[in-house]
Design a protein around this ligand. Structure first.
Ligand code: E4P
Length: 221
């Protein structure tokens, strides 16, 4: 499964990029405003942190068809080869997905709350789909809905990847991993839940204490 960080906090991006094999970073307008910095500066900083293979997912801000297409064209010039333009699956967004796809720009169809939207977006040319797992849980079982989306992709052989988004806890991610979902983008607090395990830290402390007690030093040499 691809593991993506859902934040514009460049300190967190640097930290997790140092420790983990991150596949990319997702942002949305709300996430970028939380950084408190000018949005162009933030985006350029993220582009600098990521290497060529790591994906950056940036969202169009306009709501109308023409504006979304213009946003997509502009964002695709940010200097990142592996960039996906996030387009929310509104009616205008669906129309824009068709056009942006024809321009050869990669698209992550986002703010997906239903299987119908997932199908319409991939059929219009979206390369990836971002269903909002936790937000869908307000209306039903968000995890099951994502698994159903994967079934549609597999049934018809679409070349579309699910980048599941909107997580509130690590168990939602685990359930998707168990069901073979291609990618999850997780916020910093959920990444911390996946990353830290005090039991492992305590096991290592015990190994080191026993080693030191017997050999009088912590190292091998
Ligand atoms: C991805 O970038 C999505 O926009 C994001 O995961 C939405 O998360 P939220 O439901 O916590 O706002």
């Amino acid at each position: 499964m691809k593991l993506i960080l859902d934040t514009a906090d460049t300190t967190a991006i640097r930290y997790y990029n140092d420790y983990l094999a991150l596949d990319g970073v997702t942002t949305n307008p709300t996430i970028i405003t939380k950084s408190g910095k000018p949005y162009v500066d933030v985006l350029k900083e993220i582009v600098e942190i990521l290497d060529e293979d790591q994906a950056l997912y940036v969202q169009a801000v306009s709501e109308d068809y023409e504006g979304i297409v213009e946003d997509a064209k502009w964002l695709s010039t940010l200097g990142k080869k592996n960039i996906y333009i996030k387009i929310p699956v509104t009616n205008e967004g669906l129309k824009a997905i068709k056009t942006v796809h024809k321009l050869g720009i990669k698209i992550l169809a986002t703010a997906i709350y239903s299987m119908d939207q997932a199908y319409l977006a991939m059929h219009a040319g979206a390369d990836a789909l971002a269903p909002y797992v936790n937000r869908m849980c307000y209306y039903g079982n968000g995890v099951d809905e994502v698994i159903n989306m994967q079934t549609i992709i597999d049934n018809y052989g679409y070349n579309t990847e699910i980048v599941a988004a909107s997580f509130k806890n690590a168990s939602q991610v685990r359930e998707l991993m168990l069901n073979g979902i291609g990618a999850c983008t997780v916020p910093v607090d959920v990444m911390a839940q996946l990353f830290n395990n005090e039991n492992t830290n305590n096991a290592v402390k015990e190994f080191t204490a026993n080693w030191e007690k017997t050999y009088g030093k912590k190292t091998l040499r």
